[in-house]
Design a binder for this molecule. Structure first.
Ligand code: UDP
Ligand code: MG
Length: 309
């Protein structure tokens, strides 16, 4: 009998957790050919999430939990879940039922019948999401897929069922700046996608502001491609060529007609433009440098304060 670990990261999810637990136990009870481990990761919630988890684990011996000393973010929570999981198959779900647990039996069937390493899920619609957010999300996937060799699937959720072998490969990536959407593809393995319609959060509120998502997108780009650095280099060469051309033009003009002081407005424009570009790319270098800086400190990615035992 194969054991399935269901990892659920929770941050202030007291409202959704009871609903989630009810749904997921229904699914677990229906899958008689498997044993389960329901592993919650409490990512430093400030509400009653931890009490709920203690309660669940007391009455249900399939439930385990790992509780952080503070909020470390969903990426850290997912890593901790993978670290602590013991199942032959591992899946990750959100606590807000946006990753429908009822898809699990089908995912398992596909995984086993087609002997794949991973069955992922992707949203085919972004219904219920602000249009501006969908627009930027689409743009992000277009840009990052152009720049990076690692393929990132638009609409792919972190909700996926993986074999132990794939999980172990992911666990070998111990980087501090984690971007799982890229890591899943980075480790390779054969993945098949099941599609579903976007579901709204059952209760509570999303923890992702637009700014947070923007930072996350930048993180993804910095973590999986160095193309922006190359663009900077090429742009540098391009501007040098233009400058060289202008020097020739100016020398020629001065020699022919002599006009020593004219042209200062254009000069001001050029200086502002070029220094803007320089600052912009310095910002990009800074982004890479800061990630390198954080990486070299080798701080723990998460700190566990309490587990179920
Ligand atoms: N989450 C977390 N740590 C955080 C933020 C979110 O563990 O710092 C969890 C959250 O409890 C939920 C999942 O990550 O189970 C997805 O979060 P959310 O629903 O807010 O994101 P969205 O679905 O809106 O992208
Ligand atoms: Mg959600």
């Amino acid at each position: 009998m194969k054991k399935i670990s269901i990892i659920v990261s929770c941050y202030n999810e007291e409202e959704s957790l009871p609903l989630f637990y009810e749904e997921v136990t229904k699914v677990m009870d229906s899958m008689k050919d498997n044993t389960f481990e329901l592993l919650f990761v409490n990512d430093g919630s400030k509400d009653n999430t931890l009490d709920l988890l203690r309660e669940f684990s007391k009455k249900d011996n399939r439930v385990r939990y790992v509780s952080f000393s503070r909020n470390f973010g969903k990426e850290a929570a997912m890593l901790a879940g993978l670290d602590y999981s013991t199942g032959d198959y591992v899946t990750l779900m959100d606590a807000d039922l946006q990753d429908p647990p009822f898809m699990l039996p089908k995912m398992l069937k596909v995984l086993e019948n087609e002997s794949l390493d991973c069955v992922g899920t992707r949203r085919v619609t972004r219904k219920g999401e602000p249009p501006i957010r969908s627009f930027f999300a689409r743009m992000f996937y277009k840009i990052i897929n152009k720049m990076s060799k690692i393929e990132m699937v638009d609409g792919a959720r972190d909700y996926r069922l993986m074999t132990r072998q794939m999980v172990n490969s992911i666990l070998e990536c111990r980087e501090y700046n984690r971007y799982s959407k890229g890591l899943w593809s980075f480790v390779g393995y054969e993945t098949k996608w099941l599609e579903f319609e976007n579901v709204k959060r059952v209760a509570g509120e999303t923890k992702w502001s637009f700014w947070k998502l923007f930072r996350y997108a930048v993180e993804g780009i910095v973590a999986f491609t160095t193309v922006p650095l190359t663009i900077a280099a090429f742009l540098g060469i391009f501007f040098c060529l233009i400058a060289f051309f202008f020097i020739l033009v100016i020398i020629f003009k001065t020699l022919m007609w002599g006009d020593p002081v004219g042209g200062w407005p254009s000069l001001a424009c050029i200086i502002i433009f070029v220094s803007g570009i320089q600052l912009f790319f310095m910002g990009i270098f800074g982004e890479y440098l800061s990630k390198t800086y954080l990486e070299t400190k080798k701080r723990p990615i998460y700190i566990v304060k309490e587990t179920e035992k």
